[in-house]
Design a protein around this ligand. Structure first.
Ligand SMILES: [Fe+2]
Length: 198
């Protein structure tokens, strides 16, 4: 079983990149076109965040701020709840617009990682790059909300193969639960009141 305590020395923080703040979540939700309690909505984003932070804590070189931003943005410009080809590219373009507008503070390397992770997340790839790998694995472990187990060959990080981590992600998604502290971190208590959604 893996050490549940993140080893701080191995967690990469992107210089000048603060964690996601509730005002940014509000901005993203303002342009979200789908049902907030739908399967690709903010409860899913928060569980991707929880999965991603757990993965990043066990993946040397992973940038946790980019992983959290991926959780927030990757499905945020969807136009339907199906495959919606191109929603990753739209999320990447939106990330760029947020940076251009001064609403997102990311250095060039962080933005490159975020744009790539968003743009390619819908294409079934794996990545050896630790931050991108954590992003994609965090989303794949959330297939639990659809009662689907992760397929090993589609996981990028060694952390995602950890039985303890997988079990926690499975339970979170299968039960469609979001921790109160995670809701509070993004200011989503009112948006998701009465149910975590999918
Ligand atoms: Fe997703």
């Amino acid at each position: 079983m893996s050490d549940p305590v993140p080893r701080a020395a191995e967690i990469r923080r992107c210089p000048g990149s603060p964690p996601v703040q509730p005002w940014l979540v509000t901005e993203v939700l303002t342009g979200y076109r789908l049902e907030p309690n739908g399967i690709h909505g903010p409860a899913h984003w928060l569980r991707v965040r929880a999965n991603g932070l757990a993965l990043a804590a066990r993946t040397p070189g992973a940038c946790i701020e980019v992983v959290e931003l991926f959780a927030l943005l990757h499905d945020s410009r969807r136009e339907d709840e199906g495959h919606d080809l191109g929603h990753g590219e739209r999320a990447a373009a939106y990330a760029q617009r947020l940076v251009d507008a001064g609403m997102l503070k990311l250095d060039a390397s962080g933005l490159d990682l975020l744009v790539s992770a968003c743009a390619w997340h819908e294409h079934g790839r794996v990545s050896a790059e630790p931050t991108i790998g954590c992003c994609w694995d965090a989303d794949r472990l959330e297939l639990s909300r659809l009662n689907r187990r992760p397929i090993a060959r589609f996981l990028s990080t060694s952390a995602a193969h950890d039985a303890h981590l997988q079990a926690a992600a499975w339970q979170r998604g299968y039960d469609q639960e979001v921790d109160r502290s995670d809701l509070a971190a993004w200011g989503l208590e009112a948006v998701l009141a009465g149910g975590g959604g999918g």
